[in-house]
Each structure stands twice: as C-alpha cells, then as structure tokens.
Design a protein around this ligand. Structure first.
Ligand code: ATR
Length: 270
C-alpha cells in the first residue's frame, strides 16, 4: 500500500495541496497517497491520533490548527518553535514531529523564483500574526540589513519582536502610516486581502525596484498587489510560497526535493 499523507484543516475543500503533492510524487517516482482531511473545530487532536493509528506517515496542517499542532507535537524543529506554529507533521518512531515550512517556502519563492537575494536588504513585513511570525526566522537567516514590522495593532508587533530578542538589532516596529524609508522587499503577511483591504502604508514604499509579495492568492491579483503595482513595484502572490512550502514538506517526508517550476506553471494555469 502507498504511504499515506493528508492535509488537515477546517474548511479544507479548497486546499490545493493534494494536487501539488500528487504532482511531486509523480515527478519523483515516490509511491504515496495524499488527501484532504476535514477535522472538526474541536477535534484536531483526535484526528491526528486517528491518522497515527491508521499508519499515516505525516500530515500538513492548515487553518485554524497550526498553533494547536505546535502544542500537540512531541518534538518541534527550531523553526517551528520560533514560529509557534506547525504546518508539517511527521509521524515516525512513536513521535509526532512538528516543523514549519511556510517561512522557508516564502524565502525560496523570493530568492530562487523571483531572483531577489535578501542579504543586506531592507524588508518591510506587514502583519504580526501567525503568518508573519512563521516568516521571521527564515527571513532573518538570509541576513537582511533590517526587517521593519508594521502592524495595525502595535502591541502585537512589539510582542513579536520581543520574542526574537536575539535579533533585536535588525528588527524595528512601526504602525502602517509611520513606515519610513525605502525597502527592497515588502511582504504582506496580514490577512487584509481577504477583506479586500490594503494595509495603509505610504504609497512611496512601492517604487520601481521594489518586490511586493502578498501571501494571499486568488484568480485575480489581490488588492495589495494592484496597489503596489500601480506605484511601480514588481508583484507576486502567495502561490509560489504555497508550492515551495509543499516542496519543503515533501523533502522532510521523502528525502527528495521536487522541482517546483513545472508544478508552479501548471498550478498557475489551473
Ligand atoms: P495569520 O495566521 O493569517 O497571520 P492572524 O494570526 O489572525 O492570522 O493575524 C492576522 C494579521 O493580519 C494580523 O497582523 C492582523 O492585524 P492585528 O494584529 O492588528 O489584528 C492583520 N490584519 C487582519 N485584517 C487586517 C486589515 N483589514 N488591515 C490590516 N491588517 C489586518
């Protein structure tokens, strides 16, 4: 029987992960099955226990269970501990190992796919929730000159920076309207695009030569992307990050890194 994996969430019907992992399995010749798994809102732990009992080898975790997955894991990878969130579970040797490939996926999409190295750069990170927290350590590991974190609720951004005290010299916090200076990369890690909102940063933030990436994606460019592009920035949505975080999870499970380019191209078409 094929090794079994799934993505656990609620809702889950929209998830593109089965399509991505099926493509990776085909490409690398790995014998695995990957499906969607709807967990009741109060039944994440029971769902994971069932999967383990049924012999599943691992799972991805999506909204709203990423924090609960971090609490449930018997062991956490350092980047998952830093994120306080888990998007990848590995079931092996009686352990539930929690990792987080969202931030590495973001970095891979910026550095490899967009061709923008982050060493010495100035990054503006919009948002201070789970998505921003997950991105912070992988971004810092690229040795940017500075990461400015802007959030609607200042106290949340201050708490985030306090949790990364070892890197305080390269982190700063501000409100959206008070963002100053120029940036090489702007990452929208808020969920504002879901409400068709744009974080109200000064438009001058988005000049030519700036890469503006929204972690959200959809059939059309997000309002954030449209706003950034109208002020001269190059824009990307979160599809590349999605495909890259899946590749990183696939590598953790199978020991093989798939080629993301053809999968990205076919996802974009569909
Ligand atoms: P996620 O896991 O997607 O990061 P989250 O932890 O709920 O979700 O965080 C959502 C982030 O989007 C937060 O930074 C939130 O700002 P607050 O800390 O002020 O709540 C931000 N956010 C959500 N809606 C927003 C909006 N309409 N405009 C600007 N920021 C928004």
């Amino acid at each position: 029987m094929s090794d079994r994996y799934c993505v656990i969430g609620n809702p889950i019907a929209h998830s593109k992960s089965p399509q991505i992992h099926a493509a990776y399995a085909l490409q690398t010749g790995q014998d695995l099955a990957y499906e969607r798994c709807l967990a009741p809102l109060d039944g994440f732990e029971a769902t994971v226990r069932r999967l383990v009992a049924e012999g599943y080898r691992g799972a991805n975790v999506t909204l709203p269970f990423k924090l609960e997955a971090a609490r449930l894991a018997t062991r956490l990878a350092p980047r998952a501990r830093a994120a306080g969130a888990v998007n990848t579970l590995i079931f092996a040797d009686g352990e539930i190992v929690g990792d987080n490939t969202d931030g590495p996926g973001l970095v891979a999409d910026i550095v490899r796919n967009a061709g923008v190295p982050l060493g010495g750069k100035r990054i503006l990170l919009l948002g201070a929730g789970g998505a921003a927290r997950g991105a912070l350590l992988p971004l810092l590991e690229e040795h940017p000159r500075q990461i400015v974190i802007a959030n609607r609720t200042l106290a949340t951004a201050e708490k985030l920076v306090a949790d990364f005290a070892d890197h305080a010299d390269r982190l700063a916090v501000t409100g959206f309207a008070d963002v100053e200076g120029s940036f090489d990369v702007v990452v929208n890690a808020t969920s504002a695009s879901l409400a068709a909102d744009v974080p109200p940063v000064p438009p001058a933030v988005f000049g030519p030569g700036v890469l503006a990436l929204d972690m959200m994606y959809g059939a059309q460019p997000t309002v954030f992307m449209a706003f950034a592009a109208s002020h001269g920035a190059s824009v990307r949505d979160g599809l590349g990050m999605l495909v890259e975080q899946a590749a990183e999870a696939f590598l953790l499970w199978r020991g093989v890194r798939p080629d993301t380019a053809p999968v990205m191209a076919s996802m974009r078409q569909s």
